[in-house]
Design a protein around this ligand. Structure first.
Ligand code: NAD
Ligand SMILES: O=C(O)C(=O)C[C@@H](O)[C@H](O)[C@H](O)COP(=O)(O)O
Ligand code: ZN
Length: 374
């Protein structure tokens, strides 16, 4: 079964694009590439883990169909997501003779997608690119919406751009080689979108968790389709995160602080899981989220093996200081997305992030640090 969801980016329909979800798309790449590659030249950017598994296959396929193809590989992992790696890849692209008509293909997880997308945004002032996500996280979230970036020593994703892909090609077969912890890691981003926008699908996740994590096709596709459709809807309304798009950052203010403090040892999705729990507690302390709903969130997250003990390594002041660099902050105030129920957030005319006193954040951190989940 092939499903296709369109992301309509106003006011320029030319920047709209399809998200195609199906099995077998990678081995039949010659069938879809022609629509996006007009110069006959393709540069595939991937990490060393994914390149070994799927890079050669894609290269061989495209070469057999007459394309001139270069595969550029960098070491896998969040610690590669920096400007030095970006520069090294660009040098290779110049040496290969890529120009602005070359098609860039991001083959990998969120790190590859963010890196290749940022290169595509700036190489010769912009080239077309396609997202071919291979991780659960990249399929559920990062391949859609056009946020592309690298990290700096000052924090997460703080050098980047909005640059939409020409297409997102999701071959769900690729998830079969993904380790279990990476499946859970990506699933947290689906939990995020359902907790903020869609209580019904959150309930589906509660009742079908084992099937989803076992990649049972019907449950997996239902989650994937709904998560990307909701994300597409948000991005269509607010591509550049002036207001509503901040909803997609629920849990991330804390998550990004923990990722930076841990030097990226904690995986993004797990950090978001912990961030969602703490930010839900903030909403609960502020009287916005009922105790029963907070307990439901906490019970569900505990089924996903989030590890609250990492909080014991950092005091509140360090975490709060790391949050001060968040991109959503306004006038030096830390703003958070606040749940008001399962599937809803505080929203005033599409404004969805609100300043929160540091004392309340500290109380929520203390609560989660000392509580046993579940
Ligand atoms: N741009 C966005 O909207 C957005 C959204 C969410 C997250 N992100 C970013 O995404 C990144 C996290 O993405 P991620 O979790 O995919 O990390 P990742 O790209 O590091 O991939 C995780 C690991 O899985 C491996 N892998 C990927 N696909 C595989 C497959 N099919 N089989 C076996 N191994 C495979 C990778 O080599 C890597 O070791 C973070 O940098 C985060 O900031 C961006
Ligand atoms: O697409 C968005 O918008 C998101 O916020 C999705 C997040 O899951 C993702 O982690 C994103 O990269 C965070 O962006 P940032 O602007 O907070 O760095
Ligand atoms: Zn995220």
């Amino acid at each position: 079964m092939i499903s296709s969801i369109n992301v309509n980016i106003p006011p320029k329909p030319a920047r709209s694009y399809p998200i195609v979800i199906a099995s077998g798309l990678l081995k039949n790449a010659q069938e879809w590439i022609a629509e996006y590659c007009h110069s006959g030249k393709v540069v595939i950017i991937s990490d060393d883990t994914v390149a070994k598994m799927y890079g050669e296959l894609l290269c061989d396929n495209l070469q057999a169909s007459g394309y001139q193809v270069e595969l550029i590989i960098f070491p896998s992992g969040e610690n590669s997501k920096n400007i030095a790696t970006k520069t090294a890849i660009e040098e290779e692209m110049f040496a290969f003779g890529c120009d602005r008509h070359t098609l860039c293909v991001a083959l990998g997880g969120g790190v590859v997608g963010d890196m290749a997308g940022f290169i595509a945004a700036t190489y010769m002032r912009g080239m077309d690119f396609i997202q071919v996500p291979t991780s659960m996280l990249a399929m559920i979230d990062s391949s859609v919406g056009g946020k592309v970036a690298v990290n700096s020593s000052y924090g997460k994703n703080n050098i980047g751009a909005f640059w939409q892909p020409k297409a997102v090609i999701m071959d769900i077969d690729l998830l079969k080689s993904l380790p279990k912890d990476q499946i859970i890691n990506g699933f947290f981003e689906a939990v995020k979108i359902f907790l903020t926008c869609d209580g019904e699908h959150f309930e589906f996740c509660e009742s079908h968790l084992d099937l989803i994590l076992a990649l049972e096709e019907k449950s997996l596709i239902k989650v994937l389709q709904k998560a990307v459709a909701l994300k597409a809807m948000v991005v269509e309304i607010d591509e550049e995160e002036r207001n509503l798009r901040m909803i997609l950052n629920y849990g991330h203010t804390i998550a990004h602080a923990l990722e930076k403090l841990s030097k990226y040892v904690i995986m993004h999705g797990f950090a978001v899981g912990l961030g969602m729990l703490i930010e839900a507690k903030v909403a609960n302390l502020l009287g916005l989220l009922a105790d029963t709903d907070f307990i439901r969130v906490s019970k569900f997250l505990s089924r996903l093996d989030i590890n609250t003990s990492i909080l014991k390594s950092y005091d509140n002041q360090s975490i709060i200081a790391a949050m001060r660099g968040d991109k959503k902050n306004l006038n030096q105030e830390t703003v958070l997305v606040l749940l008001t129920g399962i599937g809803s957030v505080k929203n005033i005319d599409n404004k969805v992030a609100f300043p929160v006193a540091e004392s309340v954040i500290a109380e929520a951190l203390d609560y989660v640090r000392t509580s046993s989940l579940g």
